[in-house]
Write a new protein. Structure first.
Lengths: 226, 226
């Protein structure tokens, strides 16, 4: 298969036109790594990012006593190091080929030049990523609406108990609370809204008042669903 | 608050430098819509995208008999129409202000010019979106690893039953199967790998052989976890 035909199958490049894929193919370096070979090391200058075409790549950190901690194992079609390289950072971890692997290397400098000459390529990539992000946010919402209301109810009862009152202030930001409860801020806001519309709580800025303690307890125990 | 200080709080613009935020602020048009006002209509040319600063915006489609179907309700901090506008499409739906709303409008032409002059802005946005996407993918994996193995087991038993054999071909692509099961292809691949390492199935390309039917049934019923 031609380089640009392979690039067309990579979600990161969804929505690029044939011409844009062809332009991109011109700056790709097609590389092969033997099983066990190191692709980059933590702290190396982030000179470019990678698309795994075939094989398997392990991303890991090394602790001070030399122990490996695997962060992620990538399979075919997945980009790696792109987030760090886009933002101009050095490689944040090590990457080794776990199997004989074929990767496309895309040098940062050439990629920046390509975007300068052809901003529509960046626009299409931003569009594809935004669309994927919306889809993922919808899935997280669908998955977490089942469980997060119960977890939030437990958390609110805990806070109410700690502060010894039915009225208390949320002592952390919503982004942090969302992360603790395993969801995203957008979904958390929706659950707060449902809890207050359902008469469980009243929300005033960052202050919460528990209105229906029994109802919250039923949610927290899983007896009731929101 | 200054425009650029507000822009700095929007996840889409995470990681932009102060200078990039200031450049962006120069092309922002600060707009107010009364409750009930239409912001754009389906099919209008996608001349720019929006960030909701305060208020609430409803995105909806209109059926042939004039019934509204709400697709999404956006709250403060959320961008809307950006995916369509990045990819040069017309607005795919209607947007109305549900409450008095303040929005930042970012004209597409000015935004493209900005990226051409300053590709690092696009790079930083690509980096921020990639990072968010990775985080979301991790959350979907964490959320779906609990339930998707059981759903996949049911699906495989169903296919095995339909095709009357313990060996059969997956008749749809992995992306489509992932979507049916409520997860993403990356996570589905990992679950397939676990099922085959656990001796439940053997996978050869798109052919599946059920090795441990009882084990799959226990997974499908929720008696066993992967």
């Amino acid at each position: 298969m031609e380089l640009s035909a392979i690039l067309a199958t990579i979600p990161l490049f969804n929505g690029l036109t044939d011409q844009q894929l062809a332009d991109l193919a011109l700056i790709v370096s097609d590389q092969n790594y033997k099983r066990g070979a190191t692709i980059f090391a933590e702290g190396d200058r982030g000179v470019g990012f990678f698309i795994l075409v075939s094989g398997q790549v392990k991303i890991y950190k090394m602790s001070v006593d030399g122990k490996e901690q695997t962060l992620h194992i990538f399979g075919p079609g997945e980009p790696f190091a792109e987030a760090a390289v886009f933002t101009g950072k050095s490689y944040p971890a090590y990457a080794d080929a776990l199997q004989d692997s074929r990767v496309f290397f895309i040098p940062r400098d050439s990629f920046v030049t390509l975007i300068r000459e052809n901003p529509a390529l960046a626009m299409n990539m931003l569009g594809a990523l935004s669309m994927r992000l919306k889809k993922f946010a919808g899935m997280i919402e669908a998955l977490s609406l089942k469980e997060v209301p119960g977890r939030l109810a437990s958390h609110l009862l805990l806070l109410g108990g700690q502060q010894g009152d039915d009225e208390f202030a949320l002592n952390i930001g919503k982004a942090q609370l969302a992360s603790i409860l395993g969801t995203i801020p957008e979904t958390l806001s929706r659950i707060f809204k449902k809890l207050s519309e359902g008469g469980f709580i009243e929300v005033q800025g960052s202050r919460i008042r528990i209105v229906d303690r029994e109802g919250l307890e039923a949610l927290a125990s899983g007896e009731e669903k929101l």
